[in-house]
Write a protein that binds this ligand. Structure first.
Ligand code: NAD
Ligand code: UDP
Length: 322
């Protein structure tokens, strides 16, 4: 199989490249490096079945060799990144999705969209099953990301219905692991870097809001299974173990040996109060459920950040200030 993966230099994309090369596929990675890093793919520089193309997928892309699959993972994903890149985020989710769907159609390739739990917005149903339509503010600061992904899902289903394209939609919940940018501003990267630097963790609001964190190894397994399955409807891929942000800070303090007392910063607008996937569909249809709990996942992740902190080039980045 020959696959094209957009966002290949990012956190999730680079792990997926490794996964599909490991499955024996040829992989064409596409990235414009707006939030990703070449370093994430440096170990593949000499790989015979991998090549990397520097391209902004908000513009049309053409590939000569045959393709069996297109996986669209390009998009800023950290709230700090997409707040700084609002138009690029809307473009990669809008025209970027349209362009990559067109590419898949031209090649008769299977298409997988990286969607997000953010399509559920600030949910009124808890936990969130795929059948819930969400509660999204279309004009708030998170809208550039949430609405781009909702549009991307609608466009993917339109290509499926109108053109018979073979499509998959992964609704990905908060995922963490090695290769996240230490300064990408997401909560796990911020807290680990702060813990390792002996700095206070920056909790937004009172920290009672919840998230459900999935380790990258589980997430990649789920995405691969979805890609190889026959399931066209959106599918939640996430870990249902829900924690409050205050609890997360405590666990990461313990794992990093930090004793600095957290500081509390203003809660960003529209920050969802709760988030937890209902994964009954993934269990039933893909035979998938996560295996790595939060402590084990952090043990697999902290050493990667420690190297960067010790090299002196890792700083946290916050969305709000005191
Ligand atoms: P990331 O920022 O690490 O990676 C995104 C990659 O896309 C980067 O390498 C970036 O340079 C690239 N990119 C962005 N715009 C581009 C464009 N116009 N053309 C080409 N490349 C472009 O983020 P991530 O966490 O790896 O997220 C990857 C995908 O998974 C995103 O689509 C995101 O919405 C989705 N997702 C991630 C999570 C998570 O918790 N990590 C949760 C839900 C959904
Ligand atoms: N958060 C926090 N401190 C930080 C970064 C994030 O308290 O330094 C909180 C944020 O308010 C949100 C949760 O952690 O409630 C997850 O934030 P993240 O940016 O990782 O992703 P989100 O799930 O909001 O897209």
């Amino acid at each position: 199989m020959r696959l094209l993966i957009t966002g290949a230099a990012g956190f999730l994309g680079s792990h997926l490249v490794d996964r599909f090369l490991g499955e024996g596929c040829h992989v064409v990675g596409v990235d414009n490096f707006v939030t990703g890093r070449r370093e994430n793919l440096a170990h593949l520089a000499q790989h015979a079945r991998f090549r990397l193309v520097d391209h902004d997928v908000s513009r049309p892309l053409f590939v000569d060799e045959p393709l069996d699959g297109v996986l669209h993972f390009a998009s800023p994903a950290s709230p700090v990144d997409y707040t700084e890149l609002p138009i690029q985020t809307l473009k990669v989710g809008g025209p970027g999705t349209h362009n990559t769907l067109g590419l898949a159609r031209r090649h008769g390739a299977r298409y997988l969209l990286a969607s997000t739990s953010e399509v559920y917005g600030d949910p009124l149903v808890h936990p969130q099953p795929e059948s819930y339509w969400g509660n999204v503010n279309p004009v708030g600061p998170r809208a550039v990301y949430d609405e781009a992904k909702r549009y991307a899902e609608a466009m993917t289903m339109a290509y499926h219905r109108a053109h018979g394209l073979d499509t998959r939609i992964a609704r990905i919940f908060n995922t963490y692991g090695s290769r996240m940018r230490p300064d990408d501003g997401r909560v796990v990267s911020n807290f680990i870097v702060q813990g390792l630097r002996g700095e206070p963790m920056t909790i937004y609001g009172d920290g009672s809001q919840t998230r459900s964190f999935c380790h990258i190894d589980d997430e990649v397994e789920g995405i691969s299974r979805l890609f190889h399955s026959m399931r066209t409807d959106p599918t939640n891929i996430g870990n249902p173990a829900e924690v409050s942000i205050r609890e997360l800070a405590e666990v990461i303090m313990a794992e990093t040996g930090s004793v600095a007392r957290p500081v509390f910063l203003p809660l960003p607008d529209d920050d969802p109060a709760v988030r937890k996937p209902d994964i009954a569909v993934a269990r039933r249809e893909l035979g998938w459920s996560p295996r790595v709990d939060l402590r084990e996942g952090l043990r697999r992740t902290v050493p990667w950040f420690r190297e960067r902190v010790e090299a002196g080039d890792a700083r946290p980045r916050t969305l709000t200030r005191g």
